[in-house]
Ligand binder design. Structure first.
Ligand code: 5AD
Ligand code: SF4
Length: 434
């Protein structure tokens, strides 16, 4: 029986959540999870298109898979996710080893495409849907501490640099009930943390309830679990949401709020729909309403027409907000987006130089913020053994920082423990049990 599936996942958390969804669909049709690629009959790559280097990684992976196909000519190789949606038939025409190409809204048809591939046909399913939310599908999850749940799909914001509206289609939300049921099931299985996911998670709306309502329902349904969410767009970060986070202890005091640039001229060209003044107002308000809230962000260096002055404004905003962490990227032109037509006029060396300055500054800021925590106390959720040494345990603060403490036989994975911070780096806290 040919039914062992191996999936490799690239890109964002949404893609990792989709892989669990795909496994849920396939398992319900009798397929099994292959733990290793060598024992797989079906190899699927769940891909990302956000920047060119994400796609290059897949191209080189496919080169490697040619060898796998040579030793196992019956293996079915498929491309899922954003690259499937963006490149469509090109993938099948250019890459002879690819048997199926299935975009994010057609995963229900995967079993059918796999059967066809066994019959020697190539399968392509790349239609986007206005309604598909996979509401009724239970994702396949191994037991663990932390889970992702995608609560909405797609994006209507059309930032000019971004492929997501084209690869993942229009925004649509799952029903509140189905999400809360899933959270409660995870809680019953002893999961301790869930991250609610969406490209614009805070614009969640199931026609009756908004994102704050959803958070409250999840917080109440699983009081022992920490609830996180990602990614928020500043335009939809309502006061109601801030008060909701402040009111519920298990809604984490951590907001990922991409700023992208500190220059109003660039923000306008990016179609971000806010000015930097407006953005900073939101940060101020959040800090007043949610005590101890921490922020992370996404920043792009070298968007078309970005001048040295624009870049300095980005550094300036980083100093003003003092983010706890940041994901920082060089601008990568994506065919089909509005920004693609603006050219790619910031030279590669300049992009690299600006990105380095951004990374260096963020490192200094993270270091300082963490230094200021020395002597303070916090509650961490124990996630496991420290990666560097078996003599230490690793946990996470509500504000999403890793904290290392000496191993103690009485502490188990999944416990909440109080710690005092005594040493820090820019990336990690070190503490002792209180
Ligand atoms: N080039 C560089 N970074 C990009 N991002 C999205 N599109 C691009 C692009 N074309 C970044 C944004 C976004 C994050 C997920 O990826 O910062 O918030
Ligand atoms: Fe990559 Fe965006 Fe697709 Fe996620 S949604 S996989 S970040 S292109």
């Amino acid at each position: 029986m040919k039914n062992n599936v191996y999936i490799e996942t690239y890109g964002c958390q949404m893609n990792f959540a989709d892989t669990e969804l795909v496994m849920g669909i396939l398992k319900s049709k009798g397929f099994d999870v292959a733990k290793e690629i060598d024992s797989a009959d079906i190899i699927l790559l769940n891909t990302c298109s956000i920047r060119d280097n994400a796609e290059q990684k897949i191209h080189s992976r496919l080169e490697h898979l040619k060898g796998v196909k040579r030793s196992n000519p019956n293996a079915v190789i498929g491309i899922l996710g954003c690259m499937a949606e963006r490149l469509r038939t090109d993938l099948i025409e250019e890459k002879k080893i690819v048997d199926l190409v299935v975009g994010p809204d057609e995963y229900r048809r995967l079993p059918e495409f796999i059967d066809a591939a066994y019959g020697g046909e190539k399968g392509i399913g790349v239609k986007l849907s206005r309604t598909e939310t996979y509401n009724d599908i239970t994702p396949y999850r191994e037991d663990g501490l932390s889970a992702w749940i995608s609560v909405m799909r797609g994006c209507d914001k059309f930032c000019t640099f971004c492929v997501v509206p084209f690869t993942r289609g229009r925004e649509r939300s799952r029903s509140l009930e189905s999400i809360v049921t899933e959270v409660a099931q995870l809680s019953d299985r002893n999961f301790k943390e869930v991250t609610l996911l969406g490209q614009n998670v805070n614009s969640y709306n199931d026609n009756e309830k908004d994102f704050s309502d959803l958070l409250v329902s999840c917080a109440v349904a699983a009081p022992e679990m920490r609830i996180r969410f990602s990614t928020s767009h500043p335009q939809d970060l309502s006061d109601k949401l801030l008060y909701t986070i402040a009111e519920h202890k298990n809604l984490c005091n951590y907001i990922h709020l991409p700023v992208q640039s500190g220059s109003n001229i660039i923000l306008e060209k990016m179609n971000r729909t806010y000015t930097i003044e407006h953005y900073l107002d939101i940060i101020d308000k959040a800090r007043k309403i949610i005590s101890g809230v921490s922020f992370s962000t996404d920043i792009i260096a070298g968007f078309p027409t970005e001048t040295e002055e624009d870049h300095k404004m980005t550094l300036d905003v980083m100093r003003k907000v003092r983010y706890d962490g940041a994901y920082m990227f060089k601008y990568s032109p994506r065919d089909g987006t509005k920004a693609y037509e603006m050219g790619d006029d910031v030279a590669e060396e300049i992009k690299a130089k600006r990105l380095n300055e951004i990374i260096d500054l963020q490192q200094q800021i993270s270091w300082q913020i963490n230094q200021e925590l020395i002597g303070s106390e916090d509650t961490i959720l124990i996630e496991g053994t420290s990666k560097k040494s078996d003599d230490f345990l690793a946990g996470r603060t509500d504000t999403n920082k890793i904290c290392i403490i000496p191993r103690n036989e009485e502490i188990k994975i999944g416990d909440y423990v109080r710690v005092k911070i005594n040493r820090t780096t820019s990336a990690t806290l070190f503490g002792d049990l209180i």
